[in-house]
Design a protein around this ligand. Structure first.
Ligand SMILES: NC(=O)c1ccc[n+]([C@@H]2O[C@H](COP(=O)([O-])OP(=O)(O)OC[C@H]3O[C@@H](n4cnc5c(N)ncnc54)[C@H](OP(=O)(O)O)[C@@H]3O)[C@@H](O)[C@H]2O)c1
Length: 336
């Protein structure tokens, strides 16, 4: 079977297509024919060696894949051949709070990932996918979808009528937009491009702000949120955007700290205490959260926003498209 592997941490050129033997499921394991994989910004960081210089090379990249069960190992009763499933971002975080051990089971980082034709996973790291979704759509859920769900619903406790700020129109942010709208919240979105702001408004955002032409967008968000600021910020920018987010959030509000799109830098922490803000780090989510999210997605027939689907042979083209920043939503690779 074919598998992409990172041989050198020098960017997209360090990823090669290799031939590997098909893996066999052992006790408590499930063998999956991968049908689609989605890319995350993290996958670029991994390939470039920014995520970590100490990865086990060669490494099969990417965390997010969906497909069908080929075979189950002894003791597996939750799945049978033909089931439509996705792998979890962490194969070892089934439920409860994140532990140090579970944090070391992230696919496409600490352990081999999903950009491969056949994958064996421990059964506790596998979920059924909603019937109405294609494999390409379902492959967007394990990291981007679940991170947004964890941030707003599980940890944020989002309520009907509250307001949410999302930054940019990438994978996590558009899931946050869709989930916030499902939950009956008002959404304010920022983007580098006016056409993307329009598309986000078509998806249900009520206000859009171009962060290139309005670099001091924090005050503008505050004004648009009844003059007092938003209840929740889905912070994907990191150090370069947190200062504005602290202006945009209301007193007693919540910032879900998720991303590092702007890299490192210094942030003045004083507003966190002066405004009594809760800043909560989010690292994807557990299998139990994934299953809760899938119930909501199924009930509301939510469809993830897929920007473009690339063939398996052009997976590196998919990486380049993600790197360009031209995408709106998720970039997907079809497998097989
Ligand atoms: N903690 C976790 O568990 C977790 C999980 C998933 C992702 N993340 C992190 O979250 C971030 C987003 O990941 P992703 O996969 O959703 O990325 P993505 O799909 O590649 O989205 C990137 C988008 O972010 C926007 N952006 C870039 N710079 C920005 C800035 N300065 N201000 C506002 N928006 C900006 C751009 O949107 P426009 O084109 O509209 O400007 C860009 O298209 C990354 O840092 C990733 O590592 C963390």
């Amino acid at each position: 079977m074919k598998a992409y592997r990172i041989h050198r941490l020098n960017g997209i050129d360090g990823i090669a297509l290799d031939n590997l033997p098909s893996p066999e499921p052992g006790p408590g394991e499930v063998s999956i024919r991968v049908r689609a994989v989605s890319l995350n910004y993290r996958d670029l960081l991994v390939a470039k060696g920014v995520y970590s210089r100490n990865l086990p090379l060669p490494l099969i990249p990417t965390s997010d894949g969906a497909g069908e069960v080929i075979e189950v190992g002894s003791g597996v009763t939750r799945f049978r051949p033909g089931d439509r499933v996705a792998g979890c971002f962490f194969s070892g975080w089934a439920d409860g709070p994140l532990t140090e051990v579970a944090s070391k089971t992230a696919h496409g980082g600490a352990v081999d990932g999903m950009l491969v034709e056949e994958k064996v996973l421990p059964v506790e790291g596998v979920v059924k996918i909603p019937d109405h979704l294609s494999f390409e759509e379902a492959a967007t859920l394990p990291c981007a979808g679940l991170t947004a769900w964890h941030a707003l619903i599980e940890s944020g406790g989002l309520k009907v009528g509250e307001s949410v700020l999302i930054q940019g129109t990438g994978g996590v942010s558009l899931f946050a937009l869709q989930l916030a709208r499902l939950a009956g919240a008002k959404v304010i979105v920022t983007s580098s491009r006016d056409d993307k702001l329009q598309r986000a408004c078509d998806l249900g955002a009520s206000e859009g702000i171009n962060y290139k032409t309005t670099p001091e967008w924090g005050e503008v968000v505050r004004e648009k949120a009844e003059g007092i600021g938003v209840d929740h910020v889905v912070e994907v920018g990191g150090a370069g955007t947190l200062g504005q987010s602290l202006k945009a959030v209301k007193v007693g509000g919540h910032i879900a700290l998720i991303g590092v799109l702007t890299g490192g830098g210094e942030v003045n922490p004083t507003p966190i205490l002066m405004k009594n803000i809760r800043v909560q780090g989010i690292y994807v989510g557990s299998r139990a959260m994934f299953e809760s999210m899938n119930r909501a997605i199924e009930l509301h027939q939510l469809r993830p926003v897929v920007d473009r689907v690339f063939p398996f042979d052009d997976a590196r083209g998919a990486y380049r498209h993600l790197e360009s920043g031209a995408h709106f939503g998720k970039v997907v690779v079809q497998v097989g």
